[in-house]
Design a protein around this ligand. Structure first.
Ligand code: ZN
Length: 138
């Protein structure tokens, strides 16, 4: 069995953002040379997510509104976590949107549905953060 590991560095200019990383995962898959197996992609931070959904800006706007209803950023003082930090909402948003995705690899390609794209979801950005790509197979 072969394995391949790669870190993606991301720095969003805004506190919250969705970045389509599908092409970067496909690049890592090509670099790995693996034809049959699995790829795991996970955020390496507790205030960011990796998830799969539609690459449609209206939906991303809906995510923003929905998450702000569930875990509004402000007022910061509403959260017990915000003693020395102001990012309790970001931890909660990450919990809802998930940490990682696993995708099958078939004949050297990501075996995903026609509308499925892989996103990095940022909830406490404006700094450099990482996502991990781990591919195993043969
Ligand atoms: Zn925190």
């Amino acid at each position: 069995m072969k394995s391949y590991r790669k870190e993606l560095w991301l720095a969003t200019p805004t506190r919250r953002a969705y970045v389509n990383i599908t092409s970067q995962v496909e690049l890592a898959l090509a670099e790995s040379g693996i034809r049959e197996g699995m790829v795991l992609v996970n955020a390496m931070h507790i205030t960011a997510s990796v998830f799969i959904n539609d690459n449609e800006s209206g939906l991303h706007s809906d995510f923003e509104k929905w998450l702000e209803k569930l875990a509004p950023e402000k007022p910061h003082a509403q959260y017990a976590h915000n003693g020395y930090e102001d990012n309790a909402d970001a931890h909660l948003k990450r919990q809802i949107m998930g940490r990682e995705v696993v995708v099958a690899i078939t004949e050297g390609k990501l075996d995903i549905g026609p509308w499925e794209q892989i996103f990095y979801g940022e909830y406490d950005g404006k700094r450099r953060k990482r996502a991990l790509i781990k591919i195993i197979g043969e």
